[in-house]
Design a protein around this ligand. Structure first.
Ligand SMILES: Nc1ncnc2c1ncn2[C@@H]1O[C@H](COP(=O)(O)OP(=O)(O)O)[C@@H](O)[C@H]1O
Ligand SMILES: [Mg+2]
Length: 284
């Protein structure tokens, strides 16, 4: 399968300035990071705060451009600022705070905002808005105000706004972090539907391990680099390494790790409660 993202040796630095406008110091947020993402893949990015996840995400739809390295997004050179709009048509972003992403007072107008910015015909915009609201299960609310919605519903409106631009890939930067468990489930199932039914590539940055186990592949970032990569089973069996960089593993994985330390001999790549139960029953 083709790569939708090809990032090689990306370097990005933020500069902090003093009152005279002189550079005081700089922070290397991406430190020669290389990541490929396949078209249609569901990728999860893990990493503690400050590891560079958001900085990397912002490169994927040209909010930021790298200082060094190469970045190809859907075949387009993303190191060249003149390609910004072409890239934004291909890769959409959903952010953490649902309230910061809603711009209009009527839901259907909010969803229309992105395609309007792309200069799409009004009749086509109306169709896209209806389709997008249908996809996220929010058609009944189209004439309403976003103010009355729950956090999960607001995120689904934000997602509809992105889908209406027909991207090939959507990056969710901790888009479930501020939601209650119901909202998180709604957003996760929307993400899975977009991936499985519409073939949209999903890149999901999250702290929830239960969400991470749903990925095709996980990358773990630390200090602006990828330090661990693989399927959820491959990544989460590295319990000690993950804990050493300050992250958690799923409770199930940790349970098996502790049982094995107590002398059990369970397979170390179990993720679900059912898998763990089966493995323990086989010991009887
Ligand atoms: N606008 C900014 N100005 C200066 N430093 C920043 C800015 N945004 C992020 N950083 C720094 O860059 C590093 C990576 O941040 P970020 O990409 O936000 O990490 P994450 O999303 O994993 O928490 C951190 O050290 C952070 O403090
Ligand atoms: Mg972040």
């Amino acid at each position: 399968m083709q790569n939708i993202i090809e990032a090689k040796n990306l370097v990005f630095e933020y500069y902090n300035y003093d009152d005279d406008g002189q550079v005081k110091d700089s922070v290397t947020a991406l430190n020669h990071i290389s990541v490929d993402v396949k078209e249609g893949e569901f990728l999860v990015i893990l990493g503690h705060n400050g590891s560079g996840k958001s900085t990397f995400a912002k490169h994927l739809n040209s909010i930021l451009t790298p200082k060094e390295g190469t970045l190809i997004v859907s075949g387009i050179d993303a190191t060249d600022k003149k390609n910004t709009w072409d890239i934004r048509k291909q890769v959409g972003m959903v952010f953490q705070n649902p309230d910061n992403q809603i711009v209009a007072t009527i839901i259907e107008e909010d969803v229309a905002f992105g395609p309007e910015n792309l200069g799409i015909e009004p009749s086509e915009i109306r169709k896209r808005v209806d389709d997008a609201l249908e996809t996220v299960g929010m058609s009944d609310y189209k004439k309403g105000s976003p103010n009355q919605l729950s956090g999960g519903q607001k995120q689904r409106i934000a997602i509809a706004g992105v889908i209406a631009m027909k991207p090939k890939c959507i990056v969710f930067d901790e888009s479930t972090a501020m939601l209650d468990p119901i909202g998180r489930r709604q957003v996760m199932s929307t993400m899975q539907k977009l991936n499985k039914e519409y073939g949209i590539t999903i890149i999901h940055i999250t702290h929830y391990m239960q969400e991470a186990i749903l990925a095709d592949r996980i990358i773990v970032m630390d200090k602006g680099k990828v330090v661990l990569e693989g399927t959820p089973k491959e990544v989460f069996k590295e319990v000690k390494r993950i804990k050493d960089i300050g992250l958690d593993v799923p409770d199930t994985t940790y349970l098996v790790y502790l049982l094995n330390q107590e002398g059990f001999d369970l397979p170390i790549d179990l993720l679900t409660v059912e898998e763990v139960t089966d493995a323990i029953c086989q010991l009887r």
